[in-house]
Design a protein around this ligand. Structure first.
Ligand SMILES: Nc1ncnc2c1ncn2[C@@H]1O[C@H](COP(=O)(O)OP(=O)(O)OP(=O)(O)O)[C@@H](O)[C@H]1O
Ligand SMILES: [Mg+2]
Length: 272
């Protein structure tokens, strides 16, 4: 079960970084305008436009090769050769103070395959903590982050054990704890539960829903039922373009675009 502990105290008490929100900001914290990416002479993303509100989950679905992972990589600066505009709280991510490394502190990315460091569980969570204020509160941050990632109960008595001794599902939750310990403004998740057992999947979804009450999450998934469980918004991508974006209920009940309808019909048939 996910502990009902909010980490508002450190999400809010200490600004996550040097940027302050612009004055008179609209409610959207992330706006993407005409984002385009070419790699090896191939158009990977074309004119991608969407915006996210301040909290909640946005699921990104679409066929393999649609550009979903590439989109996430652009948003946290792992791909930098794109054109167009990406703003967080009105701030252009190309102008982020401290550059892409600092941006990645604010825009966490959880990959499909958990990447834990070959250190202790505690050290993994503390990895991104900088400055005396955060380090002084490290024990509290470790506990709060692990609780929010639904892992605390399983590791509370073995924080100094090697992170590599955890199961894959536990390692994925450790990666989430590490990402949220540094108070991201946005958390990106690329098929975070793709190869996990049902219980791990459920724990991570609960953790995401709890976290989404405080910050926006973007979750790429091939699991349409997961996209429905996560509620929020759904973005459907195909061939590097956003075809449709709508609230989850509306998206699955009344998809507007023919490509979306085809994809949903085909996906349901594929599951049978
Ligand atoms: N570094 C690269 N160089 C050339 N092509 C690339 C590179 N990275 C990705 N691509 C291509 O970009 C397209 C989109 O890839 P991407 O990984 O974003 O798709 P995806 O929607 O995440 O697919 P999946 O659901 O299979 O994970 C694919 O055709 C892929 O081959
Ligand atoms: Mg992908």
């Amino acid at each position: 079960m996910v502990a009902d502990l909010r980490h508002d105290d450190f999400l809010q008490a200490e600004p996550a970084g040097p940027l302050e929100s612009s004055q008179n900001q609209p409610s959207a914290v992330l706006t993407v305008e005409k984002l385009a990416l070419s790699l090896a002479g191939k158009e990977i993303l074309q004119q991608v436009d969407f915006s996210l509100s301040a909290i909640g989950v946005t699921s990104v679905i679409g066929p393999s090769g649609a550009g979903k992972s590439s989109l996430l990589r652009c948003l946290n600066g792992l791909e930098s050769g794109w054109t167009g505009g990406v703003k967080i709280d009105g701030n252009d991510i190309r102008q982020w103070p401290g550059g892409w490394d600092q941006l990645r502190r604010h825009v966490g990315l959880i990959a499909q395959k958990p990447l834990v460091f070959n250190t202790s569980i505690r050290a993994n969570v503390c990895f991104g903590l900088h400055g005396w204020r955060q380090r002084r509160r490290a024990d509290g941050l470790v506990k709060a982050s692990l609780q929010q990632a639904a892992l605390w109960d399983e590791v509370a008595d073995r924080l100094d054990a090697a992170a590599t001794t955890l199961s894959v599902g536990q390692q994925q939750r450790l990666c989430i704890a590490r990402a949220i310990a540094i108070k991201p403004k946005i958390l990106l998740l690329d098929e975070p539960t793709a190869s996990l057992d049902p219980l791990s999947k459920q724990l991570i979804e609960q953790s995401m829903l709890q976290l989404a009450q405080q910050i926006p999450l973007i979750c790429v998934t091939h699991d349409l039922e997961q996209a429905q469980r996560l509620k929020g918004q759904v973005i459907f991508m195909c061939d590097g373009r956003v075809i449709e974006q709508a609230a989850s209920d509306q998206f699955f009940r009344q998809p507007q675009q023919i490509e979306t309808r085809e994809f949903l019909r085909w996906s349901v048939c594929d599951c049978d």
